[in-house]
Design a protein around this ligand. Structure first.
Ligand SMILES: [Ca+2]
Length: 590
């Protein structure tokens, strides 16, 4: 049956559908809708081609460390581009891993929102091709969509995960097989790192270290359980998905737990963030959580060393989008929202010490994992394997067709706009330019608030804006920074930051990145850039059409209608646990 289907596939004219390399930004492939239907019929078939290429014994283990809301923050990036937050953050394990493998400087998520990002990564397809996986609140997983963990499982891999894989959505973590593949016997306290360490840390440095070590032990214990359950000689596929970099975290914890002085960030903040003490402290706390993720990475790397598996393991480390609760971060198509860290190491298979500038979109990881395991990607996967880049001995730009990525966004929080509508955007990012198309500029990009799409009236007070995402503009997570920017919206000095975060945006945005990103310099209406804009817009729309994006096919309204715009009950907030500090942490809202 499988052979017959394979033969049948070879008789179709799939050549342009597969790996054409033409006009292919980052991870795009051409796809006609009729061929798409045929391909979907073939989906679910695990096309194992390994027999002639990779023997079972040579198949690598796969370790994927994927931190929630971790943008491009690692000290090794600061060595290349000093002057920003990466001057301050310390990530020795990520840095070492990158030096022993490849560091990617132009890695981007496909969507800056947990669920759609993860839908795209696990399926190897653009998020708009994953059905109800394309949105956050209200997401459901379609079991007919192939995902790499389940394909690897079918091929004999021992699969498992700890913490977050795919969600929020139903069924939880479905593309990874759900609960039965979870290893969390030692707990899930790492996900509230600053809260748990603050509670336990006592007053001395040794007590602080002990409190941290308890959480590292949890990471180690869960991973050891996974390894212990491994059948003899089976390669493994493990996903470590810490969520501590997702809000909420303890105010002041960057300084208290990691010694990150908020004032050291002065002059280093991204241009869309006001450089004031409360924002610097908020960012310092986030960087502390990044350092905790790096420590967890150190734990699993050490475990691989101890078990002799380090060089037999393809190790990938990244994050699901940018910094949360800040203007232009998470839920935005600017680099602050879609740019992420990415380092890959695989023993002798990947020549070490390289920095690669090719544009990579995270759905590319799925076909990378499959190819490394000797499996062929199903044809509907739009991602492109990174193995040619990884196995190369070159640095810089290796593949000239990888000169752009396509990113986008539909619905995040369900009821932040009238009609439960999304904020539809797509963008193309090249080395020199960022072009954004806002399909519904009459809507509010972070959702509505009093006087901004909703009846005029007072905003909630500072505490509520800091704690409760739903208080206003709920596509931006509640945070001290969000509350401060809203409070200062009428202050002439700081009003531009409010505008960058929350005001309506024009249908088109174009930024010239050659002299650095200036968030106030939208050049879409500048006649000197008309040709550039036309070229980028044409290229973007062509990819969307070729990959059957519902936003540009049919009447273009699919994502504005049910079930994509159906109401969703708000998640129940976790109970607050008192802390031995004046400043309380904030619960996770989603
Ligand atoms: Ca996330």
């Amino acid at each position: 049956m499988l052979c017959a289907l394979l033969q049948m596939r070879s008789h179709f004219s799939f050549r342009f559908f597969f790996r054409s390399g033409q006009n292919r930004p980052g991870s795009c492939q051409q796809a006609g809708s009729c061929l798409l239907t045929v391909c979907l019929l073939l989906s679910g078939l695990c096309l194992f081609v390994g027999a002639g290429q990779i023997s079972a014994a040579d198949r690598p283990n796969i370790l994927f460390v994927f931190a929630d809301d971790w943008g491009r923050y690692a000290s090794i990036y600061g060595e290349r581009e000093p002057g920003g937050l990466n001057d301050i953050v310390q990530t020795p394990h990520f840095d070492q891993m990158a030096r022993e493998g490849v560091l990617f400087t132009n890695a981007f998520v496909n969507a800056p929102s947990c669920t759609p990002c993860r839908s795209s990564l696990l399926s190897g397809q653009y998020f708009w091709r994953t059905g109800m996986g394309a949105i956050l609140q209200g997401a459901t997983w379609d079991a007919k969509i192939p995902s790499y963990p389940l394909m690897l499982k079918e091929a004999g891999y021992h699969i498992g995960f700890t913490y977050k894989v795919w969600g929020p959505g139903t069924p939880p973590n479905a593309p990874y097989g759900g609960k039965s593949f979870e290893y969390a016997r030692h707990g899930r306290k790492f996900n509230q790192f600053s809260q748990n360490v603050t509670r336990q840390k006592g007053t001395s440095p040794s007590e602080l270290n002990l409190a941290k070590e308890q959480l590292y032990d949890e990471v180690r214990g869960n991973f050891q359980d996974f390894l212990a359950a491994r059948p003899q000689n089976a390669p493994f596929c493990y996903w470590l998905g810490p969520t501590n970099t997702h809000r909420k975290w303890v105010a002041g914890s960057g300084q208290a737990l990691w010694g990150i002085d908020p004032d050291s960030l002065q002059g280093k903040l991204p241009p869309a963030l006001p450089d004031v003490p409360i924002v610097r402290e908020d960012v310092a706390d986030y960087l502390g959580e990044v350092q905790a993720v790096d420590a967890a990475l150190g734990v699993v790397l050490e475990e691989l060393k101890q078990t002799g598996e380090l060089d037999k393991t393809l190790i990938v480390v990244s994050g699901d989008h940018g910094i949360p609760g800040f203007p232009q971060g998470k839920c935005n198509l600017y680099d602050l929202g879609v740019g992420v860290s990415l380092a890959i190491r695989w023993g002798q298979h990947v020549p070490a010490g390289r920095v690669v500038t090719d544009f990579v979109c995270l759905p590319d990881l799925c076909p990378t994992f499959l190819e490394a395991a000797g499996l062929q990607s199903p044809p509907q996967m739009t991602g492109r394997s990174l193995l040619p880049l990884l196995k190369s001995d070159q640095s810089g730009q290796i593949d000239p067709t990888r000169d752009a990525v396509i990113v986008g966004r539909e619905r995040h929080v369900a009821d932040t706009r009238a009609g439960h509508l999304p904020y539809p955007q797509r963008a193309i990012r090249t080395q020199d330019y960022l072009y954004i198309r806002n399909f519904a500029p009459e809507r509010w990009p972070m959702g509505e608030g009093p006087g901004y799409g909703r009846p005029d009236g007072p905003f909630a007070d500072r505490e509520e804006l800091t704690e409760v995402t739903y208080a206003a503009f709920s596509d931006m997570d509640a945070s001290p920074t969000k509350a401060w920017v809203i409070e200062h919206r009428d202050d002439p000095q700081y009003a531009p930051y409010f505008a960058l975060g929350f005001e309506r945006r024009p249908e088109e945005e174009l930024y010239d990145l050659r002299q650095g990103f200036d968030p106030h310099a939208n050049l879409a209406g500048d006649s000197r850039y008309a040709a550039v804009k036309e070229q980028l817009s044409g290229r973007l729309m062509q990819v969307l059409k070729d990959t059957a994006d519902p936003r540009v096919t049919g009447d273009g309204k699919t994502f504005d209608e049910p079930p994509f715009s159906s109401p969703v009950a708000r998640p129940v907030p976790a109970a607050r646990t008192p802390l031995p500090k004046e400043k309380k942490p904030m619960e996770k809202s989603k």
